[in-house]
Design a binder for this molecule. Structure first.
Ligand code: FAD
Length: 330
């Protein structure tokens, strides 16, 4: 009998939940504070090109998710990338073709959540600041004081620390995951990178020796992206936690410097660079129980997101999908 359901957050988890509920005939209204759906899968387009600053690629293990991704692959929404992975370890650079396929949106990650969002009703740039329940119906209030009412059930599909803030005292009833931060730096170079000795090309690299960086990707190697050497660099958790309140220009300088230290060839001149901070990037550890979501049916409240499984795109999708199925079956 639950008919009107609000979903707060149009990331992978909220979108996945909303799709299942809509297919089951529910009225679903999604609210998201961003300009476009996607959350941590969003991409940035600036004068220097297109950059993926959040999720870089994703893996596929669950059979239902595999079916969805296969259909999106046929429609050219996603493609296999990176096909040449590098790793830097013990001062050595090596490449390998990944054993299991990895996927990315084409030309950037944001197209996957945008494709999932197509038939859904999403109110973008609406940040929910409070929620109250009276006579079994929820009322949500946004940043402009506008009220959205009449919901039988609310799904909170936002990073757990933000959910805790939104729910206030109610949050203490749930066990919410802790999340690490991450700085993501984009760099536009004036000339192509020289390749390390013995390597023809690389698309993405795990940087095991660097105390600052964990990952580097060459954006222009993503199918559908324009030419021109563009890097995205991701920091290590402990480094970003220590530099969380740092100045973004300085953070970008330090991350580029760290990449130069990890890379065996001299970097070409830099045309432009910048850094984006993810205060809540990924859960610090996989969740203990594997329901993959939190639900309180009598209270008409549930929570989902990557934090309830682990910090991956597929986990976020699974969390939202499993939660929505549980709501439909209750
Ligand atoms: P989110 O994507 O965070 O979605 C939450 C949404 O809620 C957002 O759209 C936000 O705008 C909205 N929101 C928040 N608060 C409010 C509010 N009060 N009112 C309204 N809306 C609100 N995963 C991989 O599989 N592979 C990778 O390589 C990978 N790399 C990553 C690198 C980085 C730097 C980061 C940050 C993440 C990475 N991930 C990766 C993890 C992946 O991005 C996440 O697991 C997944 O996108 C999480 O989806 P979600 O729906 O749970 O949350």
């Amino acid at each position: 009998f639950l008919h009107n359901i609000a979903v707060i957050g149009a990331g992978m988890a909220g979108l996945a939940a909303a799709r299942v509920l809509q297919q089951a005939g529910k009225n679903v209204q999604i609210f998201d504070k961003g300009r476009r759906p996607g959350g941590r899968m969003s991409s940035r387009c600036n004068a220097h090109g297109l950059f993926d600053l959040g999720a870089q690629y994703f893996t596929v293990r669950d059979p239902d998710f595999a079916r969805l991704i296969q259909s999106f692959e046929q429609q050219d929404v996603v493609t296999r990338w990176p096909q040449v992975m590098a790793s830097q370890s013990g001062g050595q650079w090596q490449t390998q073709r990944p054993e299991h396929p990895r996927y990315a949106g084409m030309p950037s990650m944001a197209v996957l959540p945008e494709a999932l969002a197509e038939s859904l009703e999403i109110r973008q740039q609406v940040r929910i600041t409070s929620m109250t329940r009276a006579r079994s119906k929820w009322v949500l209030k946004d940043q402009n004081g506008r009220c959205w009412s009449g919901f039988d059930h609310v799904i909170v599909a936002i990073p757990a620390p933000q959910a805790a803030e939104l729910l206030g005292d109610v949050a203490s009833r749930f066990s919410l995951p802790d999340m690490s931060s991450c700085w993501s730096t984009w760099v536009c170079l004036e000339a192509p990178l020289n390749m390390p000795a013995g390597i023809d090309t690389w698309h993405g690299a795990f940087l095991e020796d660097s105390p600052v960086l964990r990952w580097a990707a060459r954006q222009q190697t993503r199918p559908g992206q324009p030419d021109g050497e563009r890097l995205s660099l991701l920091s290590r958790d402990d480094w970003s936690d220590r530099h969380l309140e740092g100045d973004s220009a300085r953070v970008a300088d330090e991350m580029v410097h760290a990449f130069q230290q990890a890379y065996p060839e001299a970097l070409p001149a830099i045309e432009a660079q910048g850094a984006h901070r993810w205060r809540y990037a990924q859960p610090r550890r996989p969740a203990d129980d594997n329901a993959g979501y939190v639900i309180d049916m009598p209270e008409g409240l549930s929570l989902c997101g990557d934090g309830y499984i682990d910090g991956r795109v597929e986990a976020a999708w699974l969390s939202g999908t499993r939660l929505a199925r549980a709501i439909c079956n209750s």
